[in-house]
Design a protein around this ligand. Structure first.
Ligand SMILES: Cc1cc2nc3c(=O)[nH]c(=O)nc-3n(C[C@H](O)[C@H](O)[C@H](O)COP(=O)(O)OP(=O)(O)OC[C@H]3O[C@@H](n4cnc5c(N)ncnc54)[C@H](O)[C@@H]3O)c2cc1C
Length: 463
Protein backbone atom coordinates (compact mmCIF):
# COMPACT_ATOMS: atom_id res chain seq x y z
CA UNK A 1 0.00 0.00 0.00
CA UNK A 2 1.53 3.28 -1.04
CA UNK A 3 -0.05 5.70 1.44
CA UNK A 4 -0.37 5.18 5.18
CA UNK A 5 -2.24 7.22 7.82
CA UNK A 6 -2.73 6.81 11.54
CA UNK A 7 -6.49 7.09 11.00
CA UNK A 8 -8.63 6.82 7.87
CA UNK A 9 -12.16 8.19 8.40
CA UNK A 10 -14.62 7.11 5.69
CA UNK A 11 -17.43 9.63 5.18
CA UNK A 12 -17.33 13.35 5.93
CA UNK A 13 -20.94 13.91 7.05
CA UNK A 14 -22.45 14.95 10.36
CA UNK A 15 -20.33 12.53 12.40
CA UNK A 16 -17.29 11.93 10.17
CA UNK A 17 -16.70 15.64 9.52
CA UNK A 18 -16.64 16.38 13.24
CA UNK A 19 -14.50 13.35 14.05
CA UNK A 20 -11.81 13.98 11.40
CA UNK A 21 -11.57 17.64 12.39
CA UNK A 22 -11.21 16.75 16.09
CA UNK A 23 -8.69 13.92 15.54
CA UNK A 24 -6.51 16.19 13.39
CA UNK A 25 -6.19 18.72 16.25
CA UNK A 26 -3.33 16.49 17.41
CA UNK A 27 -0.64 17.49 14.92
CA UNK A 28 1.27 14.25 15.53
CA UNK A 29 -1.62 12.16 14.18
CA UNK A 30 -2.06 11.80 10.40
CA UNK A 31 -5.70 11.65 9.34
CA UNK A 32 -7.21 10.98 5.93
CA UNK A 33 -10.89 11.82 5.41
CA UNK A 34 -12.25 9.88 2.42
CA UNK A 35 -15.48 11.08 0.83
CA UNK A 36 -17.36 9.72 -2.19
CA UNK A 37 -18.74 13.14 -3.15
CA UNK A 38 -17.07 16.38 -4.25
CA UNK A 39 -15.35 18.93 -2.05
CA UNK A 40 -15.90 22.69 -2.09
CA UNK A 41 -12.62 24.13 -0.89
CA UNK A 42 -13.96 27.63 -1.59
CA UNK A 43 -17.41 26.75 -0.27
CA UNK A 44 -18.19 30.33 0.70
CA UNK A 45 -18.50 31.03 -3.02
CA UNK A 46 -20.98 28.22 -3.70
CA UNK A 47 -23.11 28.95 -0.67
CA UNK A 48 -26.38 29.46 -2.58
CA UNK A 49 -26.71 25.71 -3.18
CA UNK A 50 -26.77 25.27 0.57
CA UNK A 51 -29.73 27.56 1.19
CA UNK A 52 -31.61 25.95 4.04
CA UNK A 53 -34.97 27.65 4.26
CA UNK A 54 -38.37 27.24 2.71
CA UNK A 55 -40.26 25.54 5.54
CA UNK A 56 -41.92 22.18 5.06
CA UNK A 57 -43.54 22.85 1.71
CA UNK A 58 -40.51 24.51 0.18
CA UNK A 59 -37.85 22.22 1.67
CA UNK A 60 -35.90 20.22 -0.84
CA UNK A 61 -32.75 18.17 -0.37
CA UNK A 62 -29.77 19.11 -2.54
CA UNK A 63 -30.48 16.53 -5.24
CA UNK A 64 -27.41 17.33 -7.34
CA UNK A 65 -25.26 15.98 -4.49
CA UNK A 66 -27.27 12.92 -3.49
CA UNK A 67 -26.92 9.14 -3.63
CA UNK A 68 -30.38 8.77 -5.16
CA UNK A 69 -31.46 5.82 -3.01
CA UNK A 70 -35.00 4.50 -2.91
CA UNK A 71 -36.71 2.01 -0.59
CA UNK A 72 -37.96 -1.43 -1.47
CA UNK A 73 -41.73 -1.17 -2.11
CA UNK A 74 -43.82 -0.72 1.06
CA UNK A 75 -46.38 -3.54 1.65
CA UNK A 76 -48.91 -1.60 -0.49
CA UNK A 77 -46.41 -0.99 -3.29
CA UNK A 78 -45.15 2.57 -2.81
CA UNK A 79 -41.45 3.21 -3.24
CA UNK A 80 -40.03 5.99 -1.06
CA UNK A 81 -37.03 8.09 -2.23
CA UNK A 82 -34.34 8.14 0.48
CA UNK A 83 -32.08 11.16 0.00
CA UNK A 84 -28.55 11.06 1.50
CA UNK A 85 -25.97 13.76 0.94
CA UNK A 86 -22.99 12.83 -1.24
CA UNK A 87 -20.48 15.64 -0.87
CA UNK A 88 -17.96 16.92 1.64
CA UNK A 89 -20.17 17.47 4.70
CA UNK A 90 -22.58 14.63 3.77
CA UNK A 91 -26.23 14.90 4.76
CA UNK A 92 -25.37 17.77 7.12
CA UNK A 93 -25.12 19.87 3.92
CA UNK A 94 -28.40 18.69 2.38
CA UNK A 95 -30.75 18.36 5.34
CA UNK A 96 -33.49 20.50 6.88
CA UNK A 97 -31.11 21.82 9.61
CA UNK A 98 -33.47 21.33 12.53
CA UNK A 99 -30.77 20.90 15.18
CA UNK A 100 -32.19 19.32 18.31
CA UNK A 101 -30.60 17.26 21.05
CA UNK A 102 -31.84 13.82 22.02
CA UNK A 103 -33.67 13.51 25.33
CA UNK A 104 -31.97 12.52 28.60
CA UNK A 105 -34.31 9.50 28.75
CA UNK A 106 -33.13 8.36 25.28
CA UNK A 107 -29.61 7.95 26.61
CA UNK A 108 -30.79 6.23 29.79
CA UNK A 109 -32.38 3.73 27.39
CA UNK A 110 -29.16 3.47 25.37
CA UNK A 111 -27.34 2.52 28.54
CA UNK A 112 -29.86 -0.23 29.36
CA UNK A 113 -29.22 -1.58 25.84
CA UNK A 114 -25.51 -1.89 26.58
CA UNK A 115 -24.20 1.55 25.57
CA UNK A 116 -22.22 2.00 28.77
CA UNK A 117 -20.69 5.46 28.93
CA UNK A 118 -23.38 7.06 26.73
CA UNK A 119 -25.63 8.39 29.51
CA UNK A 120 -26.77 12.03 29.62
CA UNK A 121 -23.80 13.13 31.74
CA UNK A 122 -21.42 11.83 29.06
CA UNK A 123 -23.27 13.07 25.96
CA UNK A 124 -24.39 16.47 27.21
CA UNK A 125 -20.85 18.01 27.15
CA UNK A 126 -20.47 16.66 23.60
CA UNK A 127 -23.70 18.40 22.49
CA UNK A 128 -22.38 21.56 24.16
CA UNK A 129 -19.05 21.22 22.32
CA UNK A 130 -20.97 21.04 19.01
CA UNK A 131 -22.94 24.16 19.92
CA UNK A 132 -19.69 26.08 20.44
CA UNK A 133 -18.61 25.20 16.87
CA UNK A 134 -21.90 25.32 14.96
CA UNK A 135 -24.20 28.35 15.20
CA UNK A 136 -27.86 27.67 16.06
CA UNK A 137 -30.76 30.06 15.61
CA UNK A 138 -34.50 30.22 16.28
CA UNK A 139 -37.18 32.47 14.77
CA UNK A 140 -39.07 34.66 17.27
CA UNK A 141 -42.73 33.82 17.78
CA UNK A 142 -43.93 37.32 16.94
CA UNK A 143 -42.88 36.73 13.29
CA UNK A 144 -44.25 33.22 12.86
CA UNK A 145 -46.67 32.20 10.12
CA UNK A 146 -50.33 32.59 11.22
CA UNK A 147 -50.81 28.81 10.94
CA UNK A 148 -47.88 28.27 13.33
CA UNK A 149 -49.20 30.81 15.82
CA UNK A 150 -52.71 29.27 15.71
CA UNK A 151 -51.23 25.78 16.14
CA UNK A 152 -49.12 26.85 19.13
CA UNK A 153 -51.91 28.79 20.84
CA UNK A 154 -54.42 25.95 20.37
CA UNK A 155 -51.96 23.42 21.82
CA UNK A 156 -51.13 25.68 24.77
CA UNK A 157 -54.83 25.83 25.55
CA UNK A 158 -54.75 22.01 25.57
CA UNK A 159 -51.98 21.85 28.18
CA UNK A 160 -48.77 21.91 26.08
CA UNK A 161 -46.08 23.91 27.91
CA UNK A 162 -44.17 26.70 26.16
CA UNK A 163 -40.35 26.42 26.13
CA UNK A 164 -38.09 29.10 24.67
CA UNK A 165 -35.24 26.60 24.58
CA UNK A 166 -36.30 23.35 22.92
CA UNK A 167 -32.79 21.98 23.47
CA UNK A 168 -33.25 22.21 27.24
CA UNK A 169 -33.13 18.82 29.02
CA UNK A 170 -36.63 19.45 30.44
CA UNK A 171 -38.30 20.42 27.11
CA UNK A 172 -40.11 17.10 26.81
CA UNK A 173 -43.45 15.47 27.70
CA UNK A 174 -45.98 17.85 26.13
CA UNK A 175 -44.00 20.97 25.22
CA UNK A 176 -43.78 23.35 22.31
CA UNK A 177 -41.45 26.10 21.23
CA UNK A 178 -39.35 27.52 18.42
CA UNK A 179 -37.30 24.97 16.47
CA UNK A 180 -33.50 25.46 16.77
CA UNK A 181 -31.75 25.40 13.37
CA UNK A 182 -28.06 25.22 12.40
CA UNK A 183 -28.25 28.06 9.89
CA UNK A 184 -26.35 31.28 9.43
CA UNK A 185 -27.82 33.81 6.99
CA UNK A 186 -30.15 30.96 5.94
CA UNK A 187 -27.18 28.84 4.83
CA UNK A 188 -26.78 25.30 6.12
CA UNK A 189 -24.13 25.08 8.80
CA UNK A 190 -23.18 21.45 8.31
CA UNK A 191 -19.65 20.18 8.84
CA UNK A 192 -18.35 21.70 5.57
CA UNK A 193 -18.42 25.41 6.51
CA UNK A 194 -17.75 24.80 10.22
CA UNK A 195 -15.51 21.99 11.52
CA UNK A 196 -13.97 21.18 8.12
CA UNK A 197 -13.42 24.79 7.07
CA UNK A 198 -11.41 25.33 10.25
CA UNK A 199 -9.47 22.06 9.93
CA UNK A 200 -8.72 21.89 6.22
CA UNK A 201 -5.45 23.84 6.35
CA UNK A 202 -3.77 21.39 8.75
CA UNK A 203 -0.73 19.62 7.36
CA UNK A 204 -1.69 16.35 9.07
CA UNK A 205 -5.22 16.23 7.55
CA UNK A 206 -5.75 14.99 4.00
CA UNK A 207 -9.22 15.46 2.51
CA UNK A 208 -9.78 12.88 -0.24
CA UNK A 209 -13.02 13.76 -2.11
CA UNK A 210 -14.54 11.92 -5.11
CA UNK A 211 -13.28 8.65 -3.66
CA UNK A 212 -15.58 5.70 -3.09
CA UNK A 213 -14.59 3.17 -0.45
CA UNK A 214 -15.35 -0.33 -1.62
CA UNK A 215 -14.34 -2.29 1.46
CA UNK A 216 -12.14 -2.62 4.50
CA UNK A 217 -8.98 -4.69 4.02
CA UNK A 218 -8.73 -7.29 6.77
CA UNK A 219 -5.96 -9.68 7.74
CA UNK A 220 -5.94 -12.02 10.76
CA UNK A 221 -8.86 -10.21 12.38
CA UNK A 222 -7.33 -6.74 11.99
CA UNK A 223 -8.22 -3.91 9.60
CA UNK A 224 -5.20 -2.93 7.51
CA UNK A 225 -6.79 -0.09 5.58
CA UNK A 226 -9.38 0.38 2.85
CA UNK A 227 -9.77 -0.34 -0.86
CA UNK A 228 -10.80 2.90 -2.51
CA UNK A 229 -11.81 3.89 -6.04
CA UNK A 230 -10.58 7.31 -7.10
CA UNK A 231 -11.78 9.87 -9.64
CA UNK A 232 -10.16 7.95 -12.50
CA UNK A 233 -12.15 4.81 -11.59
CA UNK A 234 -8.99 2.91 -10.60
CA UNK A 235 -8.95 1.04 -7.29
CA UNK A 236 -6.10 1.61 -4.85
CA UNK A 237 -5.34 0.88 -1.21
CA UNK A 238 -4.93 3.22 1.75
CA UNK A 239 -3.23 1.78 4.83
CA UNK A 240 -4.31 2.83 8.33
CA UNK A 241 -3.63 2.09 11.97
CA UNK A 242 -7.35 2.64 12.57
CA UNK A 243 -10.21 2.70 10.07
CA UNK A 244 -13.35 4.53 11.22
CA UNK A 245 -16.45 4.08 9.09
CA UNK A 246 -18.67 7.18 9.19
CA UNK A 247 -20.49 6.56 5.90
CA UNK A 248 -23.95 6.82 7.48
CA UNK A 249 -26.68 4.33 8.39
CA UNK A 250 -26.87 3.08 4.79
CA UNK A 251 -23.28 3.53 3.59
CA UNK A 252 -21.52 2.01 6.61
CA UNK A 253 -23.35 -1.36 6.67
CA UNK A 254 -22.85 -1.60 2.90
CA UNK A 255 -19.05 -1.23 3.31
CA UNK A 256 -18.96 -3.76 6.18
CA UNK A 257 -21.01 -6.28 4.19
CA UNK A 258 -18.76 -5.92 1.13
CA UNK A 259 -15.82 -6.55 3.50
CA UNK A 260 -17.28 -9.92 4.51
CA UNK A 261 -18.55 -8.69 7.87
CA UNK A 262 -22.19 -9.69 8.26
CA UNK A 263 -24.58 -12.67 8.17
CA UNK A 264 -22.62 -15.45 6.37
CA UNK A 265 -25.52 -16.89 4.33
CA UNK A 266 -26.45 -13.45 3.02
CA UNK A 267 -22.86 -12.78 1.99
CA UNK A 268 -22.31 -16.15 0.32
CA UNK A 269 -25.46 -15.65 -1.77
CA UNK A 270 -23.74 -12.59 -3.27
CA UNK A 271 -20.41 -14.31 -3.79
CA UNK A 272 -18.74 -12.51 -0.86
CA UNK A 273 -16.48 -14.63 1.33
CA UNK A 274 -17.76 -14.31 4.96
CA UNK A 275 -15.03 -13.21 7.35
CA UNK A 276 -16.85 -12.25 10.53
CA UNK A 277 -20.45 -12.95 11.57
CA UNK A 278 -22.27 -9.87 12.93
CA UNK A 279 -25.87 -8.64 12.44
CA UNK A 280 -24.78 -5.78 10.16
CA UNK A 281 -27.63 -3.86 8.49
CA UNK A 282 -30.36 -5.26 10.76
CA UNK A 283 -32.58 -3.12 12.95
CA UNK A 284 -32.76 -0.13 10.61
CA UNK A 285 -34.61 2.56 12.52
CA UNK A 286 -36.28 5.49 10.82
CA UNK A 287 -38.93 7.97 11.86
CA UNK A 288 -41.85 7.99 9.46
CA UNK A 289 -43.71 11.21 8.84
CA UNK A 290 -47.02 12.25 7.33
CA UNK A 291 -48.47 15.69 6.53
CA UNK A 292 -52.17 16.26 7.26
CA UNK A 293 -53.12 19.02 4.81
CA UNK A 294 -56.03 21.40 5.04
CA UNK A 295 -57.27 24.43 3.17
CA UNK A 296 -57.21 27.61 5.24
CA UNK A 297 -56.64 30.65 3.02
CA UNK A 298 -56.91 32.98 6.03
CA UNK A 299 -53.95 31.26 7.69
CA UNK A 300 -51.88 30.34 4.64
CA UNK A 301 -49.55 33.32 4.79
CA UNK A 302 -45.88 32.48 4.38
CA UNK A 303 -44.75 35.76 5.91
CA UNK A 304 -41.80 34.04 7.57
CA UNK A 305 -40.87 31.22 5.19
CA UNK A 306 -38.23 29.65 7.42
CA UNK A 307 -39.75 29.84 10.89
CA UNK A 308 -40.77 26.71 12.73
CA UNK A 309 -42.66 25.62 15.82
CA UNK A 310 -42.15 22.14 17.21
CA UNK A 311 -44.62 20.38 19.50
CA UNK A 312 -43.69 17.27 21.49
CA UNK A 313 -46.27 14.69 22.48
CA UNK A 314 -47.02 14.31 26.23
CA UNK A 315 -46.00 10.62 25.82
CA UNK A 316 -43.00 11.44 23.56
CA UNK A 317 -44.25 9.21 20.73
CA UNK A 318 -44.40 11.96 18.12
CA UNK A 319 -43.29 15.45 17.16
CA UNK A 320 -45.40 17.87 15.14
CA UNK A 321 -44.81 21.02 13.11
CA UNK A 322 -47.20 23.32 11.23
CA UNK A 323 -46.60 25.19 7.97
CA UNK A 324 -48.36 27.21 5.31
CA UNK A 325 -47.77 26.49 1.63
CA UNK A 326 -46.16 29.02 -0.67
CA UNK A 327 -49.19 28.71 -2.99
CA UNK A 328 -51.33 30.56 -0.44
CA UNK A 329 -54.27 28.23 0.28
CA UNK A 330 -53.05 25.11 2.03
CA UNK A 331 -51.52 24.53 5.44
CA UNK A 332 -50.48 21.31 7.11
CA UNK A 333 -49.77 19.71 10.43
CA UNK A 334 -46.89 17.29 9.93
CA UNK A 335 -46.41 14.50 12.45
CA UNK A 336 -43.14 12.59 12.88
CA UNK A 337 -43.35 9.23 14.68
CA UNK A 338 -40.46 8.97 17.10
CA UNK A 339 -41.48 5.66 18.63
CA UNK A 340 -39.80 3.36 16.13
CA UNK A 341 -39.24 -0.37 16.72
CA UNK A 342 -36.30 -0.61 14.29
CA UNK A 343 -37.58 -3.42 12.11
CA UNK A 344 -36.20 -2.21 8.77
CA UNK A 345 -33.05 -3.54 7.15
CA UNK A 346 -30.16 -2.61 4.82
CA UNK A 347 -28.78 -5.45 2.67
CA UNK A 348 -26.64 -5.55 -0.44
CA UNK A 349 -28.09 -6.04 -3.89
CA UNK A 350 -24.65 -6.92 -5.23
CA UNK A 351 -20.97 -6.96 -4.26
CA UNK A 352 -20.43 -4.09 -6.75
CA UNK A 353 -19.53 -0.98 -4.68
CA UNK A 354 -21.32 1.27 -7.17
CA UNK A 355 -24.64 -0.62 -6.80
CA UNK A 356 -27.24 0.88 -4.44
CA UNK A 357 -28.01 -1.25 -1.38
CA UNK A 358 -31.53 -2.57 -0.68
CA UNK A 359 -33.36 -0.54 1.96
CA UNK A 360 -36.41 -2.15 3.53
CA UNK A 361 -38.44 0.29 5.61
CA UNK A 362 -40.85 -0.81 8.31
CA UNK A 363 -43.42 1.75 9.41
CA UNK A 364 -46.04 1.25 12.12
CA UNK A 365 -49.26 3.08 11.26
CA UNK A 366 -51.23 2.77 14.52
CA UNK A 367 -49.42 5.68 16.19
CA UNK A 368 -50.99 8.08 13.68
CA UNK A 369 -54.55 7.54 15.00
CA UNK A 370 -54.19 9.89 18.01
CA UNK A 371 -52.36 12.41 15.78
CA UNK A 372 -55.25 12.39 13.29
CA UNK A 373 -57.72 12.84 16.13
CA UNK A 374 -55.70 15.75 17.50
CA UNK A 375 -55.48 17.33 14.03
CA UNK A 376 -59.27 17.12 13.61
CA UNK A 377 -59.75 18.57 17.08
CA UNK A 378 -57.42 21.48 16.24
CA UNK A 379 -59.30 22.16 13.01
CA UNK A 380 -62.43 22.49 15.17
CA UNK A 381 -60.70 25.18 17.28
CA UNK A 382 -61.89 28.76 16.76
CA UNK A 383 -58.45 29.76 15.46
CA UNK A 384 -58.88 27.41 12.52
CA UNK A 385 -62.54 28.32 11.83
CA UNK A 386 -63.23 28.00 8.11
CA UNK A 387 -60.42 25.49 7.56
CA UNK A 388 -61.36 22.53 5.35
CA UNK A 389 -59.49 19.26 5.88
CA UNK A 390 -58.15 17.79 2.65
CA UNK A 391 -60.44 14.97 1.54
CA UNK A 392 -59.78 11.40 2.65
CA UNK A 393 -59.74 9.10 5.63
CA UNK A 394 -56.66 8.43 7.75
CA UNK A 395 -55.85 5.14 5.93
CA UNK A 396 -56.02 6.97 2.57
CA UNK A 397 -53.84 9.82 3.81
CA UNK A 398 -51.26 7.39 5.20
CA UNK A 399 -51.26 5.15 2.13
CA UNK A 400 -50.42 8.07 -0.15
CA UNK A 401 -48.60 10.40 2.24
CA UNK A 402 -46.48 8.46 4.75
CA UNK A 403 -42.82 8.87 3.96
CA UNK A 404 -39.38 8.82 5.50
CA UNK A 405 -38.49 11.42 8.12
CA UNK A 406 -34.93 11.05 6.69
CA UNK A 407 -33.82 9.67 10.06
CA UNK A 408 -32.20 6.31 9.17
CA UNK A 409 -30.13 4.95 12.06
CA UNK A 410 -29.19 1.86 14.03
CA UNK A 411 -27.84 -0.55 11.37
CA UNK A 412 -24.60 -1.24 13.31
CA UNK A 413 -25.90 -0.63 16.81
CA UNK A 414 -23.84 -0.47 19.97
CA UNK A 415 -24.10 -3.82 21.71
CA UNK A 416 -24.80 -5.71 18.48
CA UNK A 417 -22.13 -4.68 15.94
CA UNK A 418 -19.91 -2.27 17.86
CA UNK A 419 -18.82 -2.05 21.49
CA UNK A 420 -19.58 1.05 23.60
CA UNK A 421 -16.14 2.39 22.57
CA UNK A 422 -17.36 2.12 18.92
CA UNK A 423 -14.88 -0.60 17.91
CA UNK A 424 -16.35 -3.38 15.79
CA UNK A 425 -16.94 -6.41 18.01
CA UNK A 426 -14.32 -9.13 17.59
CA UNK A 427 -12.05 -7.21 15.19
CA UNK A 428 -9.03 -4.94 15.69
CA UNK A 429 -8.35 -1.57 14.12
CA UNK A 430 -11.93 -0.97 12.92
CA UNK A 431 -14.62 1.31 14.37
CA UNK A 432 -17.90 2.94 13.37
CA UNK A 433 -18.98 6.49 14.23
CA UNK A 434 -22.21 7.72 12.65
CA UNK A 435 -25.98 7.23 12.82
CA UNK A 436 -25.48 3.46 12.44
CA UNK A 437 -24.38 3.09 16.05
CA UNK A 438 -27.71 4.15 17.65
CA UNK A 439 -28.79 1.18 19.81
CA UNK A 440 -32.31 2.67 19.74
CA UNK A 441 -33.63 5.77 18.04
CA UNK A 442 -33.69 9.16 19.75
CA UNK A 443 -37.02 10.93 20.29
CA UNK A 444 -35.98 13.76 18.01
CA UNK A 445 -34.47 14.62 14.64
CA UNK A 446 -31.05 12.94 14.74
CA UNK A 447 -28.60 15.33 13.11
CA UNK A 448 -27.41 17.03 16.31
CA UNK A 449 -26.97 13.57 17.84
CA UNK A 450 -24.80 12.61 14.82
CA UNK A 451 -22.64 15.71 15.36
CA UNK A 452 -22.48 14.73 19.04
CA UNK A 453 -21.36 11.19 18.07
CA UNK A 454 -18.44 12.77 16.17
CA UNK A 455 -17.37 14.57 19.36
CA UNK A 456 -17.85 11.49 21.56
CA UNK A 457 -16.02 9.27 19.06
CA UNK A 458 -13.04 11.66 19.13
CA UNK A 459 -12.90 11.21 22.93
CA UNK A 460 -13.23 7.41 22.71
CA UNK A 461 -10.97 6.74 19.71
CA UNK A 462 -8.54 9.63 19.97
CA UNK A 463 -6.83 8.83 23.23
C1 LIG B 1 -33.06 15.42 3.13
C2 LIG B 1 -32.72 15.24 4.56
C3 LIG B 1 -33.29 16.08 5.53
C4 LIG B 1 -32.98 15.91 6.87
N1 LIG B 1 -33.41 16.84 7.77
C5 LIG B 1 -32.96 16.77 9.05
C6 LIG B 1 -33.24 17.80 9.98
O1 LIG B 1 -33.82 18.84 9.66
N2 LIG B 1 -32.80 17.64 11.27
C7 LIG B 1 -32.15 16.52 11.66
O2 LIG B 1 -31.82 16.42 12.84
N3 LIG B 1 -31.84 15.54 10.80
C8 LIG B 1 -32.20 15.65 9.50
N4 LIG B 1 -31.82 14.70 8.60
C9 LIG B 1 -31.03 13.55 9.08
C10 LIG B 1 -29.56 13.89 9.31
O3 LIG B 1 -29.07 14.77 8.32
C11 LIG B 1 -28.78 12.58 9.34
O4 LIG B 1 -29.29 11.77 10.38
C12 LIG B 1 -27.29 12.81 9.58
O5 LIG B 1 -26.77 13.73 8.65
C13 LIG B 1 -26.55 11.49 9.46
O6 LIG B 1 -25.19 11.72 9.70
P1 LIG B 1 -24.11 10.60 9.35
O7 LIG B 1 -22.79 11.14 9.71
O8 LIG B 1 -24.55 9.31 9.96
O9 LIG B 1 -24.24 10.39 7.76
P2 LIG B 1 -24.06 11.43 6.57
O10 LIG B 1 -24.10 12.83 7.04
O11 LIG B 1 -25.03 11.00 5.52
O12 LIG B 1 -22.56 11.17 6.09
C14 LIG B 1 -22.14 10.01 5.42
C15 LIG B 1 -21.05 10.41 4.43
O13 LIG B 1 -20.40 9.24 3.98
C16 LIG B 1 -20.20 9.32 2.59
N5 LIG B 1 -20.13 7.95 2.09
C17 LIG B 1 -21.10 7.01 2.12
N6 LIG B 1 -20.65 5.85 1.58
C18 LIG B 1 -19.37 6.08 1.21
C19 LIG B 1 -18.36 5.27 0.59
N7 LIG B 1 -18.61 3.99 0.25
N8 LIG B 1 -17.16 5.82 0.34
C20 LIG B 1 -16.89 7.12 0.69
N9 LIG B 1 -17.80 7.92 1.27
C21 LIG B 1 -19.02 7.40 1.53
C22 LIG B 1 -21.42 10.09 2.10
O14 LIG B 1 -21.23 10.64 0.81
C23 LIG B 1 -21.60 11.11 3.19
O15 LIG B 1 -20.85 12.27 2.94
C24 LIG B 1 -32.11 14.85 7.25
C25 LIG B 1 -31.53 14.02 6.28
C26 LIG B 1 -31.80 14.22 4.96
C27 LIG B 1 -31.11 13.35 3.94
Amino acid sequence: MSERFDVVVVGSGSSGGVLAARLSEDASRSVCLVEAGPDFPREAEVAPSFYAGGGYFGFSPVWEHDWGYASEPLPWGRVIPIPRGRLMGGSSMTNGTLCVRGAPFDFARWETLGATGWGWDAVRPCYEAVEREIPLKTYPRRGWQPAQEAFAAALEERGFRWHDEMNGPDAWHGTLGPGPFNRLDEQRQGTLPTYLRRARGRANLVLRPDTLVDRVLLRDGRAQGVRAIGRDGKPYELAAGLVVLAAGAIGTPAILLRSGIGPPAELRALGIEPVHDLPVGKRLHDHSTCAFRFEAPHLADVCSPNSSVIARDPDDSWLAVAYASAEGRECCFTFVMTDDPGLGEVTLASADPTAAPRIRLHYELDGYTPCWELALELLGDRRFAGARPAAGSLPDVLRDGITTGHHAAGTCGIGRVVAPDLRVLGLEGLAVADASIFPAHVSNNPNHTCFMIGERAAQLLGS
